[in-house]
Ligand binder design. Sequence first.
Ligand code: ADP
Ligand code: MG
Length: 699
Amino acid sequence: MGMTLGERWAEGAELDTPVQYLKGIGPKRAELLAKVGVETIGQLLFFVPRRYLDRSQMMAIRDLRPGDEATVLGRVVTAGARRLKSYKQVVSAMVRDESGMIEALWFNRPDLAERFHANQEILLSGQVTRYRGMQFVNPMFELADDEAEFSFANTIIPVYPLTEGLSMWTIRRAVATAMEKCLATVPESLTPGIIEHYQFPGIRDALQAIHFPKDIESALRARERLIYDELFYFQLLLALRHREYVSSRKGTNLAETGTLTGPFMEKLHFKLTKAQVRVLDEIRQDMASERCMNRLLQGDVGSGKTVVALYAMLVACENSAQAAMMAPTEILAEQHYQGWHERLAAIGVKTAILTGSTKAAERREILAGLESGEVRMVFGTHALIEEGVTFHRLGLVVVDEQHRFGVRQRAALLNKGVNPDFLVMTATPIPRTLAMTLYGDLDASVLDEKPPGRRPVVTKLMSGLERDSVYLATAKHLDAGEQAFVVCPLIEESEKLDLASAVKTYEQTKAALPKHRVGLVHGRMKSDERNELMEKFRKKELDLLVATSVIEVGVDVPDATVMVIEHPERFGLAQLHQLRGRIGRGSRQSFCILLAPRAALGDALERLEFFVSTNDGFELAEKDMELRGAGELLGTRQHGLPDLRIAELGRDRKILRQARKDAFRLVALDPELKQPQNVCIRRTLLTRYEGRSELLRVG
Ligand code: ADP
Ligand code: MG
């Protein structure tokens, strides 16, 4: 007789059994659990509490004294909302235990009005005050649901990240059942060596201590182990990827001959910076070696990444291979091409540009040239990865502004060649912890020096009242043959509003600067039209460009010295930095004006003041991470990496560094994870990331 799937699971629950088959869960609660990322029993076991309440501090209500930090457990007697004389709204609950009664008050929390019901069990935690009787004002609270019993003997109570409709008690009960059924089957995931070295608890002890801790110390130690565990496997994936790049994929050795790079350097109109020379050395070594190059080139806006990339592309051409550079926008691809194709033609290198707006006939011709090998260097956008684009022999792939592309796209371009060398460029400086995570599988080069003669942009926060003087000052710069941007924020929620605000700013600017040529580019324009305008601006047929943030990336106009940013509070630090990078590219002093009334800035003030204080992209990136948290910046999915559930990069950077070192050392010593002590690692890796083959390519 066959059992239903549900019956079989209930019988001998396994870690991958859906939680809905746990006693007391059912489909509705399972749906709620799915919202907090818990779908299987195994995931429930690894669902880590956000914090702990210490019940040993629990007191009888009768014993409370003003000033105590206390936790009490009782039942709601009455509850309701009322309005005070001061018109403040307050929600109040009378709570009783066997010893006495206390009032709990919450101000300005109208959402709580319907939460409390008579006879509900409630845990209150906060500071006791006296006002006609003992009170808790705005205490933390946890409600038990109707069937809950407070049968947990432990003194430390875990508090889980909750979602609407899912009480802490439901989770606690489910976890208890899951532990009873499955804890014994959870396999150890770290080697004895690691466990001993860090004095970690074993995995089962750790889970026990996380959910039902004896004391706070053991809970925290258990959490540290789980954080390490998570980061270790994350880094292990990166270590294995890195290993695969460098070993299993044999690259071609593209050694520089100088036949093209020689003449190129002779004709170059500037001298390379020390940083450019150093980075080029690193790249040349990679290219000349047997192994595939997988290198990340980080350099702040304006640090001169393009010429480094071109040099590398020429090395490929010298070895009768082809090179491709992919940029995220047509404007950028166009700029790379326009900026360099004549110089390249002069040394005998035929180039082409391929984008979405390349005309059909021209496209056919370019594709033929790429296939025959006659076109040796191609610039382009996503159009490069389309089907039908084939190369004679693609030796080097360069991806500009990498953060705009996903792993798939970069893989698609790489697959156009046979193990081509690979260079990724990014102008988005990222904090070290993030770099170790997002780009942890790449070797890294940093351009940490700007070309000489650049002066840091002077940035000012000015109120809307000073608008006229800003226009006046701008006009002076334009009269001197310089150019300016006025940037308005992209209003994502509404295309109409977005356009309206850009058009309004455009009209306003035109009226204020009647003698100057003003243009408008915005996100709703056809890309042809937009390119045309950008091109006009570059050729100095326009003096000032009003733009939504479409100009963010990469545009290089050396004579642009003024940027006025409207509503700067709508931009994040990284984006502001990218924008400001559009000016200060020549030798003249540039100015960036943030136009906003200080008083209206609120939370954004700290961010903008910090932005005013520094031009250093890395400093800004660290601050950005501090303000926003790493999670939002991480975007691991786009990078094809698993989410972090327990670890927080900002908080756990020390553990991250250790885990990274350990993971990379392990792979160096035992790349196939075949040694007996590493069997548990191999098995964990395969089960945890089962069905995600893109993450896993171990033997
Ligand atoms: P990014 O790193 O932001 O992509 P670019 O490669 O566009 O920067 O370079 C910015 C500008 O600096 C370009 O006009 C480029 O020609 C110029 N440049 C690059 N390297 C040097 C150098 N060593 N000396 C002077 N100018 C340089
Ligand atoms: Mg660039």
